[in-house]
Design a protein around this ligand. Structure first.
Ligand SMILES: Nc1ncnc2c1ncn2[C@@H]1O[C@H](COP(=O)(O)OP(=O)(O)O)[C@@H](O)[C@H]1O
Ligand SMILES: [Mg+2]
Length: 316
């Protein structure tokens, strides 16, 4: 297989961290051309550390990574020419306008003056910011800034795009737009790594690596990961809440439960049996059930299962 991005046993201990405390440990990645790979995990999981090493910004403590065959530590110039990198923190100049920022990045990336004008127009249309070209980036909305940073990363038509939390903290509309832009980039056979703390964004990726405390717990397509659960999921909306919870706690066959928005999600082995039990107990207690049904696993369920079954002992 022709790998666009490869990492083997990638490990990083920051200065001052003891050996047994690592930011990331033994990360393996195999990402073929044109794949959208999601690196998904909570704050502090090691997403930024991984992406910064892939982006040649930082050296690994051990292990290696290659971008289009270039080792990021030993052939960083080769790797860099292939990479578009959008850091988690803003890389834009707040007092420069949209167009000035793009020009500045074109300079940095050595895009020729003749080609530049056309490329910038193309990108402005692509990120739908033509109308805001004169606006200083400090006056753009969060979503617009992320789009502009993405355009800057795309300036030199990279083969590999590394996006560190491109959708964090942006409104839902911009979030959807950013994913649309990423989908369009993929049509050009670019390989993309995108990190996110939002489990629901896993569904948008071809393949996902779930990362927690510096280690990848599992890699697979969203469907494969959904199939990992050794139990079924159910949800219930019922009143009164306190009684519902008490009943759930005392119903046999409910392995675990947690509130999500207005409902409670439950992990069960035998949905039919649990359904009957809950109907009976809530009726007896005078409760009122609005929703009680089986439901598909979501990424959060998978994450919780993985963390619990990995014996999360807080090693760091
Ligand atoms: N410069 C640094 N020095 C020491 N520890 C760091 C540094 N940067 C990150 N870390 C630690 O490394 C771990 C991973 O951090 P990071 O890669 O930023 O995670 P994420 O991007 O998933 O939030 C965290 O425990 C964090 O505190
Ligand atoms: Mg981060």
């Amino acid at each position: 297989m022709n790998l666009s991005i490869e990492a083997k046993q990638l490990t990083k201990c920051y200065k001052g961290q003891k050996d047994e405390q690592f930011a990331i440990k033994n990360i393996d990645l195999q990402i073929p051309q044109g794949q959208l790979f999601g690196l998904i995990g909570p704050d502090g999981a090691g997403k930024t550390t991984t992406i910064r090493i892939l982006a040649t910004v930082m050296k690994p403590s051990s292990g290696y990574a290659k971008i289009e065959g270039f080792d990021v530590e030993h052939k960083p110039e080769g790797a860099r020419a292939m990479i578009g990198y959008m850091p988690q923190e803003f890389s834009l100049y707040p007092d420069l306008s949209v167009i000035e920022n793009l020009n500045f990045f074109a300079d940095l990336q050595g895009v020729s003056v003749t080609h530049r004008k056309e490329r910038i127009e193309e990108l402005l249309a692509f990120i739908r910011l033509d109308r805001f070209r004169e606006r200083r980036s400090e006056h753009l909305s969060g979503g617009m800034r992320k789009k502009l940073a993405l355009a800057c990363a795309l300036m030199h038509e990279p083969r590999v795009l590394l996006l560190d939390e491109p959708t964090t903290g942006v409104d839902p509309v911009s979030r959807r737009e950013l994913w649309q832009i990423i989908a369009e980039v993929l049509l050009q056979d670019v390989s993309v790594v995108v990190s996110t703390p939002y489990m629901d964004e896993a569904e948008r990726c071809h393949k996902v690596g779930i990362i927690n405390k510096g280690q990848i717990l599992v890699t697979g397509s969203p469907i494969e990961l959904g199939e990992l659960l050794p139990y079924q999921m159910m949800e219930i909306i019922a009143r009164p809440r306190r009684i519902t919870r008490e009943i759930i706690n005392s119903t046999e066959g409910i392995l675990s439960w947690r509130p999500v928005g207005d409902r409670i999600r439950m992990a069960v082995n035998d949905p039919d049996k649990v359904e009957k039990e809950l109907l009976k107990s809530l009726k007896t207690a005078g409760g009122n059930i609005r929703v009680l049904r089986r439901t598909k696993p979501i990424m959060d369920d998978v994450f919780i299962h993985l963390v619990e079954s990995s014996g999360d002992k807080d090693e760091r």
